[in-house]
Ligand binder design. Structure first.
Ligand code: TXE
Length: 495
């Protein structure tokens, strides 16, 4: 099958001196150069300057100035129109953005186009549609009237200010757009901190935003070491809020830094998401469901399922058909149009997953398929099927964030439900059955921010998304995001 030809625009972009995007301009900065590694080959494809304290000050000052000036002076509808123009520009540059994304993250080119860019565009348009629709309320005031005076009160929603968005490497455009678009439509401005592994795509998006007319300072991108820049950004006096997607330990550090200064934080952290298959599903329906829930983008989706609960009587047959299906997937360069298994996103992540598989063996779990890297350059890891015998296995408790499905047989649905809820996490889960009565009842009992029925991992901009327990707090999308990016101002008058 055909290997995608690199666009001239992508080659030219990679050659540039990269760093940050601050105050409407590409600004390389003078920090140490960090290589960007193509995970499919292990080769360096570009270099990006790390940011430092001065870059943080410059980005935060630019964002604050835009927040108080050009962005707040623009009408809400004009802001929405700019967001729509950016969506159009991203669509026009779809292939370019998708290729840059695949180079940095190893995501298959089909997913970079269809999920990363197209979904980012869809979410951007959804958020743009909120422009002019963010309301307060009027309210009766019951203070006493001695001389006929009357009272009236109303609330209005005010933007918080400069929002710091900290972005992971698994969806470097789409997750950045979720945070950026929510902030912008509420009247906030943003400083985005992409992952060290995927620093390029949002630099390109920020340039497109400047080209379509976003005022300087509304969208800033700062690259570099998260451990250094994160605290500087969060503690900066102009930071009004932080929104983070990433790992649990980093998310806790971000939440602690924000709460120490009484700043709001939206945290979307990992999970150990469960999928419960009831015995009325056929073997092929179960296998289709497992493929959808656990193995898309090599499992590097925070909402992917990693714990699978199967009825004991069907377990062996399901796993044998699943293994057949997985063994037929094409392992290839993510730039091949029909690639189905590309590399993991980076070396550190591969090493982490290899360690977790080693621990699974120590726990007595059976690795029925995969569990190792195929012989080829880059950070590949085969889709893996693990039969576990205890809910206490490491693989049933800790997130791999990879293509490692852990399968536990159950005899009793009630017990399976208890095991699903016996987890420190609660981001997402799914129930698979033709019995809708049970599906709805079980969805009510499962402790997770989102429960899918006969589907998994699909997100829609109209439906709020976020976790409970150690999986985070706050909600993205729907109308729920408005609470997180605005504050209420109350006004009372006497007349
Ligand atoms: O994540 P981090 P990493 C999981 C996955 C992976 C592991 C580590 O299992 O193997 O996390 O990946 C920035 N203050 N997930 O190290 O550390 C960092 O620069 C503020 C799950 O990449 O969470 C990056 O921009 N920010 C996940 C972002 O935080 C800090 C997606 C995420 O990095 C910081 C990605 C600090 N002290 C990885 N330290 C999901 N659930 O979606 C780092 N950062």
């Amino acid at each position: 099958m055909t290997q995608v030809k690199q666009l001239a625009a992508v080659s030219a972009f990679l050659q540039r001196d990269h760093g940050h995007f601050i105050n409407g301009l590409s600004q390389p900065g003078g920090g140490a150069l960090r290589p960007v590694i193509d995970p499919a080959t292990g080769n360096e494809v570009a270099r990006v300057h790390d940011g430092c304290a001065e870059d943080v000050s410059a980005a935060m000052a630019a964002a604050q100035q835009a927040f108080l000036g050009s962005w707040s002076e623009m009408s809400t509808l004009a802001r929405g129109n700019l967001m729509l123009k950016l969506a159009d520009a991203m669509e026009q540059h779809r292939e370019e953005l998708a290729q840059i994304e695949t180079l940095c993250s190893g995501k298959t080119i089909a997913l970079s186009r269809g999920l990363e860019v197209d979904q980012a565009v869809a979410f951007l348009r959804y958020f743009a549609g909120w422009a002019g629709k963010i309301y307060g309320e009027t309210t009766e005031i019951s203070l006493p009237s001695f001389n006929g005076e009357k009272y009236r009160g109303f609330t209005q929603r005010e933007p918080l200010g400069v929002v710091v968005g900290i972005i992971p490497w698994n969806f470097s455009i789409m997750i950045a757009i979720w945070k950026m678009a929510a902030a912008l439509v509420c009247g906030c401005t943003v400083v985005l901190k992409p992952s060290e592994f995927t620093p390029l795509t949002m630099l390109r998006v920020a340039q497109l935003a400047a080209d379509v007319g976003f005022p300087p300072g509304t969208i800033n991108v700062l690259n570099g070491n998260g451990g250094l820049l994160g605290p500087l950004l969060i503690e900066h006096p102009f930071c009004a809020k932080v929104t983070f997607t990433g790992s649990v330990p980093t998310g806790r550090a971000v939440g602690n830094a924000a709460s120490a200064l009484a700043k709001p934080a939206t945290l979307e952290l990992g999970g150990k998401n469960a999928a419960l298959f009831l015995a009325d599903m056929s073997v092929s329906e179960m296998v289709d469901g497992i493929m959808e829930a656990g193995y898309v983008n090599q499992g590097q989706i925070c909402a992917s399922a990693e714990r699978f609960y199967l009825p004991a009587e069907k377990m062996d047959e399901v796993l044998s058909v699943l293994i057949q299906r997985l063994s037929q997937l094409k392992v290839a360069s993510p730039f091949e149009e029909d690639c189905q298994v590309g590399p993991l996103a980076n070396k550190a992540h591969l090493e982490k997953i290899l360690k977790m598989v080693a621990r699974a063996k120590e726990d007595g779990d059976e690795i029925l398929y995969g569990g190792y890297s195929p012989e080829r350059p880059g950070y590949y890891f085969l889709p893996t099927v693990v039969k576990v015998h205890s809910e206490n296995s490491t693989l049933m408790r800790e997130e791999t964030f990879g293509p490692v499905g852990s399968f536990l047989a159950y005899d009793d649905e009630e017990k399976a439900l208890q095991q699903i809820n016996n987890s420190p996490f609660g981001l997402a889960a799914s129930v698979w059955t033709h019995n809708f009565n049970k599906a709805i009842r079980y969805s009510e009992r499962i402790q997770a921010g989102i429960v899918w029925i006969n589907m998994h991992t699909f997100l829609d901009p109209a439906l709020p998304f976020g976790g409970i327990k150690s999986s985070g707090n706050g909600r993205e999308f729907g109308s729920a995001f408005i609470n997180d990016y605005t504050r209420l101002k109350s006004v009372m008058m006497r007349y």
